[in-house]
Design a protein around this ligand. Structure first.
Ligand SMILES: [Zn+2]
Length: 413
């Protein structure tokens, strides 16, 4: 009998821990409440900013916004080889963000018909920054070895050298994303990530995420293996609240967005549509700002887009003009001279080095920082087939043992 009870209890514990483990938990609301308790003025400032956001939406919104590029720097804080996730996993996250924020996500077809007309191309895109604050080359990723296996949310351990993390890069120019072994806070479990909403301190601005919730390859763990944790957290970073208004069943809370249905509480897993609450015709649990699984989420709304662009154009406007996505290190990296012709080009480009060099590495990236091509050559004249390159702006870097040169070229097929 005792054995049976033990088996029963063990099974129950496993089932309970599995159900807890598989539920999304975002730390942003707890983090915001903590920041407001530390700084009573913050709540007042955010009320004022709320008016600024609504004013921008009413008066300054344009019908056809240009795409805005946000430079991202990833800080990997690792305590072993598993948590030191590889570059490709990180870059896969950039692709996901760019798909989700432009509504190019393949699963947009899963948006229910009743919400389809509300779904938005947010007109925000992200690039891996290739320039450090000092103007040097970077692959957009810093790596810091640490003995810490957990990083506390309220004390922002990830964001400071002095606490075992790493200091932010200039938060007016970069979206800083810290990738950590595990986020912890009091009795909370399974915190996938947390963001600082606009208005907080510059030193702590950005997003923290667990190493197993970033991108869609490598160490990601189901059901949070499609990169939607950062899609959600960056929504917070651009001033979005949770879609249910964080009131947990009262139906009185608001996310300050008009076109998201009033919703009682957070949804988990992937409910069957329609799943109604607060007298709505169905919760929009497919929204990135709910708590559903990664493969259940597929849209931001037009109202959320307006709100994000309002925050971006007011409190986060320095990101737009930071120039860290487009221009790259041209002032520093100009001592290896070469020409590209024709420019604009279509099927081929001819690269001509002014001086003969023994061996030169070639790297071509697109405007989002994605690596398009690498090669090595001994010749001082090279022809590269660009017929498969989509239209757009590209950067070509050439590097020998001592010199580096970078130039921009345009493809028009
Ligand atoms: Zn959240």
């Amino acid at each position: 009998m005792n054995k049976l009870i033990t088996i029963f209890l063990t099974t129950l514990i496993i089932l309970l821990s599995f159900s807890v483990y598989s539920q999304r938990n975002c730390g942003t609301t707890v983090y915001l409440n903590h920041q407001q308790s530390q700084n009573p003025l913050l709540k007042q400032q955010m009320k004022i900013q709320e008016k600024v956001i609504q004013e921008w939406i009413n008066n300054s919104k344009k019908s056809n916004e240009e795409i805005v590029y946000i430079p991202v720097i990833f800080h990997v804080l690792y305590n072993n080889s598993t948590t030191n996730i590889n570059d490709q996993q990180i870059y896969s996250q950039i692709d996901i963000l760019n798909d989700d924020y432009s509504r190019n996500n393949a699963d947009s077809i899963n948006t229910p018909a009743m919400f389809d007309s509300l779904a938005a191309d947010v007109r925000i895109q992200f690039c891996v920054s290739h320039q450090t604050p000092d103007g040097d080359w970077t692959n957009g990723i810093t790596r810091t070895s640490t003995t810490k296996s957990t990083f506390e949310l309220s004390s922002d351990e990830a964001k400071f050298d002095s606490k075992g993390g790493i200091d932010a890069w200039d938060t007016e120019k970069y979206l800083n994303i810290w990738i950590v072994p595990e986020i912890v806070e009091g009795g909370m479990t399974n915190i996938l990530g947390y963001a600082q909403m606009p208005g907080g301190s510059a030193a702590t601005d950005g997003v923290v995420v667990g190493y197993n919730y970033i991108g869609n390859i490598g160490t990601v763990s189901s059901p949070f293996d499609k990169g939607r944790t950062l899609t959600h957290e960056i929504g917070h970073y651009f001033s979005l609240y949770h879609i249910w208004g964080d009131d947990f069943n009262a139906c009185t809370g608001s996310d300050f967005v008009d076109d998201t249905p009033n919703q009682a509480s957070n949804n988990f897993g992937c409910p069957t549509h329609p799943h109604a609450s607060c007298s709505n015709n169905g919760d929009m649990f497919q929204n990135y700002m709910d708590y559903t699984d990664d493969d259940c989420m597929n849209l931001f709304t037009i109202g959320q887009k307006d709100r994000m662009l309002a925050a971006l154009n007011t409190q986060r406007s320095t990101l737009i003009t930071s120039g860290m996505c487009q221009a790259i290190y041209i002032d520093k990296a100009n001592d290896l001279n070469f020409s590209i012709s024709p420019n604009p080009a279509s099927s081929t480009i001819n690269i001509r080095l002014e001086e003969k060099s023994s061996s030169v590495d070639i790297l071509i990236t697109d405007v989002t920082g994605r690596i398009i091509m690498t090669a090595t050559t001994n010749n001082n004249e090279i022809i590269i087939n660009t017929s498969s390159f989509p239209n757009g702006i590209y950067f070509l870097q050439m590097k020998d043992n001592t010199k580096l040169g970078i130039q921009k070229f345009i493809i028009q097929q």
